[in-house]
Structure formats: C-alpha cells, structure tokens
Ligand binder design. Structure first.
Ligand SMILES: Nc1ncnc2c1ncn2[C@@H]1O[C@H](COP(=O)(O)OP(=O)(O)OP(=O)(O)O)[C@@H](O)[C@H]1O
Length: 281
C-alpha cells in the first residue's frame, strides 16, 4: 500500500524542466559557506561542518526537523549569530572577518524576513518599508528618517508589485499576517539585496496567505535575480517551489539536491523514521 508520503511526493508538480536544471547548475555563485561550525556552549555542536554554495537567482529551501539548526545556519550567514568557525563568502569577502562598519555595509545587501515579521506595529506600512534603507544611511539620517525621493519611489513601486498599494498609510498592527509578511518582504527588497534570507516566512500563515508569500518569493528569485534562501517546515512547499533543497539533521547537511531527488529515503534520513506522521501533521 502507498504511504501518505509516497502519494504526496508523487502528486507534487515538478517545477523544473531539464533545460532549466542546466541553467541552475551554471548560475553564478553568490554565497559560499565553508566548513561552518556552531556551538552555543562547550558541549553541544549545533552546526557541523556545513559547506555549500548558492547560485544567483535561485530559490533554495532548508528543511529539517525542529532543532536541526536551520535558523542558526541562516543567522550565521549575516552574523546575527556568530559562527564558531568557518567562512561565509559573500560579495568576494569573508563576512566572518568584517569589522562592524564593513559588516553593516555588507548586510545592506542581505535582506531578511522573519516568521513574526519584526515590524514596528505603531508605524505605517510605508515607514516600515523605508526602514529597509537604514543600512545606507548615516546615523543622523537614520535618526531623522531622511529619505530621498528615489528611495520613496522605490518603496512605492515595491509595495505596488506586492499588491500592497492600498495599505501604505495603514499602521502595521491593522494588517493581516499575510499582509504583514508582504511588508516584511518589501522592507527587505527596498535594501536592493543580492540575497534574501527567509526564516520560516509562512510558519504563522494559513494556506492561502502562505501561497501568496511563496509565489512572491519565487517571482523575486526568477525575475529580480535575487537569491532566496528559505527555512521551511513544509516539505511539500519546499518541493513545489525550490530550485534546490538542503536537508539538515542534527546540525549536519544530509541532503543537497534538486527537489525531484527528494524521495522517501532522503526524507527519512532528514526527519528520522516517522515519515507518515510528518506529512499528515
Ligand atoms: N541562543 C541559543 N543558545 C543556546 N542554544 C540555542 C540557542 N539558539 C538555538 N539553540 C539550540 O540550537 C539547536 C538548533 O536550533 P535552531 O533554532 O537553529 O533549530 P531549527 O532547526 O531552526 O528549529 P525550529 O525548526 O524549531 O525553529 C537547538 O537545539 C536549540 O535549542
């Protein structure tokens, strides 16, 4: 008898045609991780020797059970969490070695979106989005919210692309979860990033809102050439949207391939043996 997992994996549309796979393989490298280790204490290792490289304009998902180290890995890339050792090569420089000033400049090219949006509730959509320009401002410009006309036009255009043009003067606490996440994406895009890190962007959203967000992320990678790295709990979403999937288990990379290769054995290696339970949850 077919398991739920086998049925689910079979029914998932394969997003890439053969010729597209070839394009993915030849994409220019935008981020290279070399031998990343992370321990929060002396005893336990949370990330073990993670190496990978990401191509320009790809959407790559990281999947794995709770506690596998997905958020830690994502946050080591922009040094929200300091890796214990290893290299993070982005824009031809090792981020791990940058001083505060150069790190700030480099981070401006790395957008991030969060499960709980991290917006300022009492500010408007437009003000929240403009905050994405902070990385390009001097301290006083940031303090006094000094933005150029070009920056305001950029924010408006992005909000329009994300279907948020009717909400720009609303306070963020008046928005639905899906709308808040679109503001989070707009704030990241106004940075004009080369890389977008998404830490469980749909974990708090219903299926419809999740689809809207994933459709936008896919379009961003395909049409803007921005590399999108996204932590996901939903295997079927990862399979449907990703050019490539990375599987983490107990801090180790145990899978790194195209979605079509994510068979039940690979899923078992990533999640352990309770595979049916995982899919029916
Ligand atoms: N600040 C911290 N101090 C100590 N341990 C931590 C800290 N942050 C995370 N950990 C531990 O590191 C491990 C990996 O956590 P992480 O949040 O990266 O996993 P995850 O795969 O993202 O999990 P989830 O899917 O539940 O968010 C867990 O065992 C967690 O308890």
């Amino acid at each position: 008898m077919q398991t739920v997992l086998e049925r689910t994996v079979k029914e998932i549309p394969r997003p890439l045609a053969y010729h597209e796979t070839e394009v993915v393989k030849s994409a220019k490298t935008i981020l290279q991780l070399n031998n990343i280790h992370k321990s929060y204490d002396q005893k336990n290792s949370v990330l073990n020797d993670i190496s990978l490289s990401l191509g320009e304009g790809q959407l790559i998902s990281i999947i794995g059970p709770s506690g596998a180290g997905k958020s830690t890995l994502l946050r080591c890339i922009n040094r929200m969490i300091e890796p214990s050792s290893g290299e993070v090569i982005f824009d031809d420089q090792n981020i791990v070695l940058l001083n505060k000033k150069r790190l700030r400049r480099t981070r401006a090219k790395i957008g991030m979106i969060f499960q709980h949006y991290n917006l300022v509730s009492r500010l408007t959509v437009f003000e929240n989005v403009l905050h994405g320009r902070f990385g390009y401002k001097s301290t006083w410009q940031g303090l006094f919210n000094v933005y150029t006309e070009e920056e305001k036009m950029l924010a408006l255009n992005i909000l329009q692309k994300l279907g948020m043009e009717d909400h720009i003067y609303k306070r963020c606490d008046q928005l639905s979860g899906g709308q808040k996440q679109r503001v989070g994406i707009a704030r990241a895009l106004v940075q004009e990033p080369k890389l977008l890190l998404c830490d469980e962007p749909i974990a708090s959203l219903d299926p419809n809102a999740s689809k809207v967000i994933m459709d936008h992320l896919k379009e961003i990678s395909e049409t803007m050439g921005i590399t999108v790295l996204v932590n996901l709990h939903q295997v079927e979403v990862a399979t449907r949207y990703s050019d490539r999937i990375i599987g983490l288990s107990k801090g180790c990379k145990v899978f790194d391939d195209e979605p079509g290769k994510l068979n039940k054995f690979a899923i078992q290696e990533i999640y352990g043996t309770n595979v049916d339970e995982l899919i029916t949850e």
